[in-house]
Write a protein that binds this ligand. Structure first.
Ligand code: CO
Length: 675
C-alpha cells in the first residue's frame, strides 16, 4: 500500500527499453515500447507534454466492438493511446487520445481535479521521493521527531507516502495531497515496516510542495523487534526438504503465436497494461466465445481503525497506484515451475518514456490432481484421468503488500480466478499487552489494524456471442406439506436479472447462489441455453458503514455482483481517478440509467476478497492468503468435455515408504494408472 522505492526512478524492475520488439500484429496486442515512445513524441510535438508535464497514466485506448469486428488480419490497425497528463507545476490535468497510426492527437479533454467530485490522477514514482524529502526537510517533522527522542533516527527514517482518501478537510479538498507516515530503520538495509512511529502524520501538497498539516499525538514506544526476513535474519534454511522437479520432456502443450495462446480446447489473447496488469481477450472454449475481455481492474484495501493515523486509509491499488506499473519482473523457476512462457510488458514512466518490465506475465501448465475417476467392481475396473490447468499470472508489489493475480483454465471448461495476497502486513505501534478492538497485537508492541482486500473482476462475458442473459439461481427449500410430503424435497429458483439495478446482488452461500450467464440465442442438445455459472466464494462485503466516505468511494465493494450493458469506456469500478475522489464514480454511475441487460451485450463485475484480522503467523511476512471465484460451464458443452483425456502413465512415479530407494513401482511393475 505505501510505497518504498530504493532509488530515484521508482520500481527497480523497470528497465529502459533496449531490444527491438516486434510490431503489433493484432489490435488487442499490448502496447509496445516503441509505441509508447512514439506517443510521447506526438504529445511533445502537439505542445501537450512540456517540461513540467508528467504522465500519471498511459494506457491503450479501448477499441469498440464494431471496430474490432471489422478488422481482419493484414488490415492496418489504428493503434491509439489514452493518456492522462498532469502539469506538476499547476496540477492541471489533461486527457488525450493519441493515434499512433495517424501520428496525431485526436482528442483532448480537461479533467478538473479541483472541482467536485474531484479525483486526482495516479501518483508518480517521483512524487514518493519528493514527498519524503519534503517531510524530512520540514521543521515540523524534525521537531516532532526530536520531541519523541528520535532526533538521531531521522536520517535513516523511512517516510511512507499514502493516498489520503477523502476526509473532507477544507485545506485538502481538491488538492493533490499525500500523507506520510514515519517508520524507523536500524540500518540502510533494514525493513522499515516493523518500526512504525505511531501517531505522526504529515500532510503534503504535491503541487505547492509544502507541508500543509502535521499531526503528532498518542506517541508510544516504537517497536524494536526485527521485521527482517532475509536468510541472515531467519537463520540457516532447513535441509529436510528434498527437491521436487517438474519436467515436461516433450515441452508444453500450449502454442503461442504473438500474444495468441492455444492450449487444448482453450484459446485466448494475453494483454498487459499499466493499470489493470494482466488482461485476457477473446477467451474461447472449443472455438466458441466465453469471455470477450477479462481483468481485475480495481481493488480497495479499507482499514477498520478509528485512529487518526489510519481511519482514512483505503488504498485503491489499481486506480491510485497502478497495478501494472508496479508489476514484478518474474524470475524463472521461482514464481512458476515447469516449462514457462513469459511475456514482457511495457509501461510509461513518469515522463512518458517506455520502460520494459521483462517476464511480467508467466504462463505454464500445472498438474491438478484428479479430474474424474470411478472404480467399478468387475471387468470395468478403475478409471482415472488427471486434471491439468493452464496458469496465466502476474504479481504486483504495492509498497508493503504483494498481490498475485492468477487465471486458471481447466480441461473441463472451467475458469478459476485467484488473487494471492502476501507481503508485509501494515502495522502501527501500541503499548505491549494493551487491547485494541480495531487492531490485534501480532508481535510485541506491533498492532495490525483490521482491514479488507476487496477486488473487482470485470468479466466482459460473451457466451456463444454477445447476446447474453443473466439469471440468479438459488437452491430453494419447500415447506413440508402437499408439495413436499416427506420433507426431503427441494428445488431451485431461476430469476432473470433484467436491468442494471436488478443485477446488483449479494452472494448467499446458504442457498448455493450462483449467477448464470446464458446465451440468448444458442441452445445445447437438450434445448437449454448454453451457459456459464459465476460461482462466488464466501466473501464479506465492505464492512465500513454505508454512510462512510469509503462506502461512497468503493461502492463497487458493497455488492458481490453488478452487471452493466457493454460500453467500452466503462472499465473502472471506482472511476478513472479514485484518488481523493469524493465518491459515486464507476459502477454507481455506470448503472444509474438502469439499462436493460436482457439479451444484450453485458459485462459482469464481481467483488471478491479477504477480510483480514491479522494474526501472529502473518508476521514478519504473511503466508499467501487466497480469494477468488470460479466461472464454470453449465450446459455449454453437451457432455463432460474431458472424457477423451488419455490415461496417464506414470513412468517416474515412485512409491514412498519402506525403503524409499527401492520403493518405485519396480521392474516389471510399472505404475500404470487405472485398471
Ligand atoms: Co491483509
Amino acid at each position: 500500500m505505501t510505497h518504498h522505492h530504493d532509488h530515484a526512478g521508482g520500481n527497480p524492475d523497470l528497465l529502459p527499453v533496449r531490444a527491438v520488439e516486434p510490431a503489433p500484429r493484432h489490435p488487442l496486442d499490448p502496447l509496445t515500447g516503441a509505441e509508447i515512445d512514439r506517443a510521447r513524441e506526438i504529445l511533445v510535438a502537439a505542445g501537450l507534454l512540456t517540461e513540467t508535464v508528467r504522465v500519471p497514466m498511459l494506457l491503450p485506448d479501448e477499441y469498440d466492438r464494431a471496430e474490432l469486428a471489422a478488422w481482419t488480419p493484414g488490415d492496418e490497425i489504428d493503434r491509439r493511446v489514452d493518456v492522462t497528463l498532469m502539469d506538476a507545476a499547476t496540477g492541471e490535468v489533461t486527457e488525450a487520445i493519441v493515434s499512433l497510426t495517424r501520428g496525431e492527437v485526436v482528442a483532448t479533454r480537461e479533467h478538473r481535479a479541483g472541482e467536485a467530485p474531484y479525483g486526482q490522477p495516479q501518483y508518480l514514482f517521483e512524487e514518493y521521493e519528493r514527498a519524503a524529502q519534503i517531510v524530512k526537510d520540514s521543521p515540523e517533522w524534525q521537531a516532532a521527531m526530536t520531541r519523541r527522542g528520535l532526533a538521531d533516527r531521522m536520517e535513516l527514517a523511512f517516510c511512507g507516502p499514502l493516498a489520503p482518501g477523502f476526509v473532507g478537510r477544507e485545506n485538502e479538498v481538491g488538492r493533490r495531497v499525500i500523507r506520510s507516515l514515519t517508520f524507523l530503520r536500524d540500518s540502510e538495509g533494514d525493513s522499515p515496516w516493523a518500526h512504525p512511529v505511531e501517531g505522526l502524520i504529515v500532510h503534503i501538497d504535491l503541487v505547492t510542495n509544502e507541508v500543509i498539516g502535521i499531526e503528532d499525538e498518542g506517541d508510544v514506544p516504537v517497536p524494536a523487534g526485527s521485521g527482517m526476513y532475509t536468510p541472515d535474519a531467519t537463520g540457516p534454511a532447513r535441509e529436510t526438504l528434498k527437491p521436487i522437479e517438474i519436467t515436461q520432456p516433450e515441452g508444453p502443450s500450449f502454442h503461442v503465436d504473438g500474444h495468441h495462446v492455444q492450449w487444448e480446447n482453450w484459446s485466448l489473447r494475453v494483454d498487459f497494461n499499466a493499470r489493470e496488469g494482466l488482461v485476457l481477450h477473446d477467451v474461447r472454449f472449443d472455438d466458441r466465445p466465453v469471455l470477450a475481455r477479462a481483468s481485475v481492474p480495481e481493488m480497495v484495501v479499507p482499514y477498520g481503525d478509528t485512529s487518526n493515523t489510519r481511519f482514512w486509509i483505503s488504498y485503491f491499488d489499481a486506480g491510485e497506484y497502478l497495478l501494472g506499473k508496479n508489476a514484478n519482473h518474474l524470475e524463472l523457476g521461482c514464481d512458476c515451475l515447469g516449462v514457462i512462457r513469459y511475456f514482457d510488458g511495457y509501461v510509461a514512466d513518469d515522463h512518458g518514456h517506455a520502460v520494459k518490465i521483462p517476464n511480467v506475465v508467466c504462463m505454464h501448465e500445472e498438474d491438478y490432481g484428479v479430474l474424474w475417476k470411478h472404480t467399478e467392481p468387475g471387468p470395468i475396473g478403475s478409471h482415472v484421468r488427471r486434471s491439468r490447468r493452464l496458469v496465466v499470472s502476474y504479481f504486483s508489489t504495492i509498497g508493503n503488500y504483494d498481490y498475485g493475480f492468477f487465471w486458471y483454465f481447466y480441461l473441463d471448461g472451467s475458469i478459476q480466478v485467484e488473487a494471492k495476497a502476501t507481503g508485509i502486513v501494515f502495522v502501527g505501534a501500541g503499548i505491549p499487552g494493551s487491547e485494541n478492538r480495531h487492531a490485534p497485537e501480532i508481535a510485541p508492541g506491533v498492532f495490525a489494524p483490521v482491514h479488507q482486500h476487496l477486488f473487482s473482476a470485470r468479466l466482459d462475458v460473451a457466451i456463444d456471442g454477445t447476446d447474453n442473459r443473466l439469471v440468479e439461481i438459488d437452491a430453494a427449500r419447500i415447506p413440508m406439506g402437499e408439495d413436499n410430503p416427506f420433507g426431503n424435497a427441494f428445488t431451485w429458483t431461476a430469476t432473470t436479472l433484467r436491468t442494471e439495478q436488478e443485477a446488483q446482488r449479494i452472494a448467499d452461500t446458504s442457498v448455493a447462489r450462483v449467477w448464470e450467464v446464458q446465451s440468448a440465442s444458442r441452445t445445447n442438445y437438450i434445448d437449454k441455453p448454453t451457459a456459464y455459472h459465476l460461482i462466488p466464494e464466501p466473501t464479506a462485503l465492505l464492512m465500513a458503514d454505508p454512510a462512510s466516505s469509503v462506502a461512497a468511494r468503493a461502492a463497487f465493494a458493497t455488492k458481490h455482483l453488478w452487471a452493466t450493458a457493454y460500453d467500452r469506456d466503462e472499465r473502472w469500478p471506482a472511476g478513472r481517478y479514485p484518488n481523493a475522489h469524493q465518491g459515486g464514480a464507476g459502477l454507481p454511475a455506470y448503472t444509474a440509467d438502469d439499462r436493460s441487460i436482457d439479451g444484450e451485450d453485458i459485462v459482469l463485475w464481481h467483488t471478491f476478497g479477504l477480510t483480514h484480522i491479522p494474526r501472529p503467523e502473518d508476521w514478519p511476512i504473511m503466508p499467501v492468503d487466497y480469494a477468488g471465484f470460479w466461472f464454470k460451464p453449465y450446459g455449454f458443452s453437451d457432455v463432460n468435455p474431458a472424457m477423451n483425456l488419455p490415461e496417464s502413465s506414470q513412468a517416474h512415479a515412485v512409491r514412498a515408504g519402506s525403503g524409499a530407494a527401492d520403493g518405485g513401482c519396480g521392474q516389471g511393475d510399472a505404475c500404470t494408472c487405472g485398471h
